[in-house]
Design a protein around this ligand. Structure first.
Ligand code: DHB
Length: 409
């Protein structure tokens, strides 16, 4: 049954207004995880309120990775008949691993019968935001969650402040933290804002968006003695490329000539097609898994629960897999009072999360160069890359993980 939304307003102190909203599921964060979950719940007749501290424009313009696993693309098609994943997005049937002066193609359909789609996250978000707003979703922008209370009771609450400085309290049957790596919901679950398993890396990526034609039809992941580079695409006119840099690199420190010569030196054998650099950023590398994903009636999903380094583009895909599981679990809990799926949620989700953690770490460590690498390390790395590209089993391992494991695996 779909509870009617209820909203009551109170004056608290002075002229601060506090509004109490009652719903079934309070979702903090309107990224891919929060929005897809709100859709899955609505389909099941479960009401939710979604809040996000950002404006709609900020959400739609956040530049993130661009690769959707086959399962993610399939899900987007089933939930959104207007998704542009097949029109603006592009199917990719393989990637190239480049090292030791040679390129090696990994043929996804030939190895595992699956593909990936290059469709940037901010485009996914534009689709999902218009879908949810058109469906009448209670979705509030510019609302900053400050704390979560009562997760050990049946009426957990999210306390937030609105853009006008007023207080908003959302009382729900369940609270979902889909609020990214600086999650405000996490302390109510993991006990501390950082409570989890960490790994830092001694490098980062310098990312650019440029106005140029594609330099390659498929993505090139290149390991060179100068460091790693990734040649990705966005459209016929805009390209996305990255190169390994120091973690504290200043994105504005390099000239466009320096950016292009750094990139070109790292992809020998491919002549890069250059053009104006229209955006630049430095991406930190971090692996993180929260020690606890659920406590009482609150749960963490997406980047709030785990962060992966960008190599292999698992971030959004993992968030989508989390909410598919969570959607089923909340449906069983809230509609049938069946606690089995929610009780199993953390363990089931962690199975995939740790596989994706391993894959992202493995791709990262296999392809990047560290300043303290000995000659042994360098030769071992080439041996590892060869054991992948020269063996069908090795290529299949990579293709299976890259295109994504089945959601229940
Ligand atoms: C992109 C980012 C990645 O981290 C990756 O592995 C592949 C593609 C991208 O932004 O296009």
């Amino acid at each position: 049954m779909n509870d009617a939304p209820s909203e009551a307003r109170f004056i608290v102190e002075g002229d601060t207004v506090s509004t109490l909203v009652r719903t079934q599921v309070a979702i903090v964060g309107a990224g891919p995880a929060g929005l897809i979950l709100s859709h899955l719940l609505a389909e099941a007749g479960i009401e939710s309120v979604v809040i996000d501290q950002r404006t709609r424009t900020e959400i739609e313009s956040t530049i993130r990775a661009g690769i959707l696993e086959q399962g993610t693309a399939d899900l987007l098609r089933t939930i959104d008949p207007n998704t542009r994943v097949d029109t603006v997005g592009d199917r990719h049937d393989g990637i190239e691993l480049h090292f030791g002066g040679e390129g090696h193609r990994i043929d996804f359909p030939g190895l595992v019968g699956r593909s990936v789609w290059l469709y940037p996250q901010h485009e996914v978000l534009k689709d999902l935001l218009s879908l949810r707003l058109a469906a009448g979703q209670d979705l509030r922008f510019g609302v900053i969650a400050t704390r979560v209370e009562g997760v050990e009771t049946n009426k957990p609450r999210v306390v937030a402040s609105t853009a006008d400085g007023d207080e908003l309290v959302i009382e729900a049957d369940f609270v979902v933290g889909a609020d990214g790596s600086r999650s405000v919901v996490r302390p109510a679950i993991a006990g501390a804002s950082s409570g989890g398993y960490f790994r830092e890396y001694p490098f980062a990526w310098f990312g650019i968006l440029c106005e140029a034609p594609p330099s390659s039809d498929e993505l090139i992941y290149s390991s060179s003695p100068h460091g790693f580079a990734l040649i990705s695409q966005r459209s016929t006119k805009i390209q996305r490329m990255y190169f390994q840099c120091e973690p504290d690199a200043d994105p504005s420190a390099l000239t466009e000539e320096e950016i292009w010569s750094t990139l070109q030196a790292r992809v020998p054998g491919t002549t890069l097609r250059t053009g104006p650099v229209v955006q630049r950023d430095v991406l930190r590398f971090r692996s993180f898994v929260a020690r606890k994903l659920r406590h009482g009636r609150a749960v963490l999903v997406g980047d709030a629960a785990h962060t992966v380094p960008p190599t292999g583009a698992k971030g959004m895909n993992l968030a989508v897999a989390d909410v598919v599981l969570l959607g089923r679990a909340l449906k069983a809990l809230l509609q049938e009072r069946d606690t089995r799926l929610i009780d199993a949620f953390a363990e089931t989700a962690l199975n995939r999360i740790w596989k994706a953690q391993h894959f992202s770490w493995w791709m990262t460590s296999m392809l990047h160069v560290t300043s303290d690498a000995s000659e042994f390390d360098q030769r071992r790395q080439i041996g590892e890359l060869k054991s992948v590209v020269e063996s069908e089993a090795g290529r299949t391992f990579l293709a299976e993980a890259y295109t994504g494991w089945p959601i229940d695996a």
